[in-house]
Each structure stands twice: as C-alpha cells, then as structure tokens.
Design a protein around this ligand. Structure first.
Ligand SMILES: [Ca+2]
Ligand SMILES: [Ca+2]
Ligand SMILES: [Ca+2]
Ligand SMILES: [Ca+2]
Length: 509
C-alpha cells in the first residue's frame, strides 16, 4: 500500500507547487499537501494531539502502512531545523535503536532521538540542525513495529534536500591550495569540526588526497590509502556517525573507514574488480549504506553486511565508458534506483541508463531503460529541478559543449534532454541552490581553462545560459558545500594545479 500513498502525494504536489513556490512558506506547503492527502486525523503538526484520540479504522493485527512523510520524499529546501516524521495508519512502538536510520551526505549517520508525542507517527529529532544544502537519506526498516507487534510489509528508503540561506548567489574566487590533485573533488565533514574537508582522487596523481579544513581554510593535502584511484565516494559505511571512503581502483574497491578525527583505518577490499565509478545508497533499505560499482560495462550492487564489509548483489548495464552515476529513488516507490551516463563519443550521442529497482524489500533487482544524450558525457547529477517532487537528471555533454536536462515524468521515465549551451566542454557538474530561491542551479567546471560556469534555474526546470565566474580559470571538477558555514553553498573546485575555494556571498554585494 506504499505506492498509492506516495503516488497520491506526488500527484497532489504537482498541482500544489505552482501557486505556492517553496521557500515562501514551507510549513504551509507541507501542511496543504499532507492534509489533502491523508485527511484530517493526521493533518498537521499542530494537530498531533488529535492522533492520540482519533479512532483508527484499521485492524490492529494488520501490518502497519505508511500514510505520509514530513518532509516529503524528494522535497527540496527543507528547513535545516526540521525533523523527520513518518505517519502510519496504526499506533506505532517508539523506536529504540536502528528501526529508522537517517544519514547526511555531508556528515554521515545523523544522531538524534525518537519522540513519543504522537502514537501514529515515528518522529526523529536530530541532535544538530541539518547541514545547509545537504541531501538527507532515510531508511524505514522492515523492523518498525506497531504497538500490536506487527511489522512493516516492505522497508522504505527515501531522501530530501535541505534549504540554504536566501539572497545569495554572488560567487567570489577565494584562496587556493596548490598541489597536483586528482580530478574528482569530494567534500564532507571528516575531522569532526563541522568545517567541510576536501578529498580529491584520480588522474594524474592516481591517489586519494585529503585536505582538512580548519575554520574554513584548507590545510595541505595528505595521502589517504594507496593505489590507482579512479573514483571515490564519502559515506558512513559502518554507521558510526563519521564519513568513510570507498575508493574505486583498477584492482578492486578499497574501503577506508574514517576514525572521525581526520585519520583513517587501513584499507580493506570489497568484492569488485576494475571499478571506474562508485556511488552509495541504502539500496535494500536495511539501515546501512550499500555501494554501486561500475565494472567495465556493468554496474554491480555491493550490499553492506552492516559493518562496512560487502557482498555482491544484482547487476545492471552501465554502457561503454561509463562516466557518471547517481543513486536515488527516481520513481518515488521507496526504493533507490541507479542512473549512469557513458561518454562514448561521436556516434550520434551517448547513452543514459536508468535502472529502476523492482520487487518489494530485500536486495534489489533492476529494470533497465536507456535514453539518448549528447556526446562525450562526463558527469551526471540528480535533483528536482522543476519542483514536482520527481527527481530530474542533468548531464555534462562535454563534446557538445552543453548541459542536457532530462525532466522526470513522475514515474521514473524521462523526457528527452533539453540542452543549455555551456560555451565550453563541461567536465565536472554539481547541482545546488546557489541563490537561495529554492530552485536547484547547475555549476560546472571546464576542460578548456574557462573555469566555473553557472546555469541558473529560472523556475520549472528551465535554466539560464551559462555565466562564467571570474577568477576561476582552470577549474575542472566542482563540488558544492557550505565551506565557511554561513548557510549558503560555496564551490570547491579542482583546477589541475590545486584546490580552489569560491565563496558564495550576498547577491547585492
Ligand atoms: Ca563511519
Ligand atoms: Ca543496505
Ligand atoms: Ca525507485
Ligand atoms: Ca522534477
């Protein structure tokens, strides 16, 4: 019964988002869609007292069903002070441990407590505010139980994105740290001081370098692990509240667990070979983050055994020369899906593979669909660009010097790409709300020494033409993160000669 509930929410939000743009009044938007979807008994937070007395017209011995979520799955611009609530049709036992798990992409597993204030809701209160402009993933495990002791029929994984400060959007090139970095740039809160740190990996250094930030300034790089690293992902793979690394190497996947203080344990391997791309997500919704690794033309799921060790799961086609991958719930069914682009050039276009998870619960299998994109794709990002709560995709078509945006039809099928001229070959791409208007913008780095280009979201998933950021020549790969902790997204870029920080300032400055 999960699908009807989600589909209903999705359909309503399509109607609701236009008259009431997000960012204006998030509480109002939330209350309207949830109230319409699930009725008065579980309408708004102000009504939670009603939950305690309203008769529930359900069989107490039936499995509990999820009726609604706050924030909504795929919602953008969730206030950083929000909490996570899941509304059920039964009174639920208050979780005591790992029944519901939440992760910050920027910081790892989120610590918090469960509230008992509303019997039909599981309410998770994070200890700290969310990180601005972050992705938060939630797993509702099969072991959540009603007070009658009945379990959920199928587990659910979903995610939402947090808000940034409004009125920003002026990018100012700042300090850089000079060294010979790899090509990928990743950011995360690695050493526990809440200032984002930076990882680079890939050619030409073929290693993994870590730059720890102290009060917003990046320190000199130190090598982490070894081997010819082609890609890496930061994720809390052992659920201890700090970020770990999974590194794709020509030999295998190296798992490097973080100690939470900027140091890492010795690497151990996960069972995959000749891996060129790697991403993470809780694909079986069992409360630990799994990996997806691209081996040659195939992607394989590596299922976490709960402690940061992995076993091989389902595979899905990746296409030749895969160059970008995202893991997210693309059809809003509570199971994470996979999208992969390949950068084959000059044969009339590259390909985007979308692998939708099928079946309910347990390890996923996939249904593969493919779409034509531009030539020489070098990066893929996900986000809800038109605010219909269905996740869209953007691809850097480097050989065509444009960015292709593929809007989701709401069911995990995508419209043909709409292209936006970038004026240069984009190699790295990131999505985030730069100006705080609640719409995700696109930020790219260039292979042609042009530097950072911004495509601003004008609303409804329509983007401006590319604007070049002065003083950023050389920037190739980019990541968006609130580097100086002032509530907006800054850009961290790899330039070929080091790592450059580009600060986001008030647009009126
Ligand atoms: Ca960890
Ligand atoms: Ca898992
Ligand atoms: Ca899905
Ligand atoms: Ca969308």
């Amino acid at each position: 019964m999960l699908r009807p509930a989600l589909a209903l929410l999705l359909g309503l939000s399509l109607v609701a988002c236009f008259p009431d743009p997000p960012g204006d009044d998030e509480d109002d938007t939330l209350d309207a869609s949830l109230g319409d979807a699930i009725g008065d008994a579980t309408d708004t937070r102000a009504d939670t007292a009603a939950d305690t007395t309203a008769p529930l017209d359900v069989d107490p011995n039936a499995p509990p069903q999820i009726l609604a979520y706050e924030p909504l799955p795929n919602e953008s611009a969730v206030p950083v002070t929000d909490r996570v609530e899941i509304v059920f049709d039964h009174p639920m036992a208050v979780p005591t441990g790992d029944e519901v798990v939440a992760w910050s992409a920027a910081a790892g597993r989120i610590a918090g407590t469960f509230s008992d204030e509303a019997p039909t809701r599981i309410i998770f209160e994070p200890d700290l505010a969310f990180v601005a402009g972050d992705r938060v993933d939630v797993a509702v495990r099969k072991i959540v139980a009603s007070t009658a002791g009945e379990f959920l029929e199928a587990p659910v994984a979903y995610h939402f994105w947090t808000a940034v400060k409004p009125g920003q959007g002026k990018l100012v090139a700042g300090p850089s740290v000079a060294f010979t970095p790899g090509t990928r740039v990743l950011t995360g809160l690695i050493d526990g001081d809440r200032f984002p740190d930076v990882i680079t990996t890939g050619v030409p250094s073929f290693g993994v370098d870590l730059l720890l930030a102290k009060a917003g300034a990046l320190a000199e790089p130190v090598a982490v692990g070894a081997g010819r690293a082609l890609d890496a992902v930061l994720a809390d793979l052992d659920n201890d509240g700090d970020l770990d690394l999974a590194v794709a190497t020509e030999g295998n996947v190296q798992i490097v667990l973080g100690n939470g203080d900027g140091t890492f344990a010795a690497a151990r391997s996960a069972p995959a070979t000749s891996v060129t791309l790697i991403a993470s997500g809780d694909l079986d919704a069992d409360g630990d983050l799994d990996l997806v690794a691209v081996e040659s033309e195939t992607a394989v799921v590596l299922l976490n055994q709960g402690d940061g060790t992995f076993s091989r799961g389902a595979t899905t086609p990746a296409g030749p020369a895969a160059s970008g991958m995202v893991v997210a719930d693309l059809n809003a069914d509570g199971r994470l899906d996979i999208a992969i682009v390949s950068n084959e050039c000059c044969s009339g276009g590259g390909s985007l593979h979308v692998a939708l998870a099928k079946g309910e619960g347990g390890a996923p299998a996939f249904t593969d669909a493919s779409y034509t994109i531009g030539q020489g794709a070098m990066a893929l990002v996900v986000g809800d660009f038109d605010l219909d709560e269905a996740l869209d995709l953007a691809v850097a078509n480097a050989a065509d010097s444009n960015v292709g945006v593929l809007l989701n039809r709401g069911n995990g099928a995508f419209d043909p790409q709409e292209v936006y001229g970038a004026g240069t070959a984009i190699s790295g791409l990131a999505a985030g709300d730069l100006d705080g208007d609640g719409q995700l913008d696109l930020v790219g780095g260039s292979v042609n020494d042009v530097g950072i280009v911004v495509l601003a979201n004008r609303g409804n998933g329509v983007f401006s033409s590319a604007i070049t950021v002065p003083g950023t020549a050389g920037a190739r790969h980019v990541a968006l993160v609130d580097a100086d902790r002032d509530g907006d997204l800054d850009v961290v870029a790899e330039t070929g000669a080091g790592v450059l920080l580009v600060r986001n300032e008030a647009a009126s400055n």
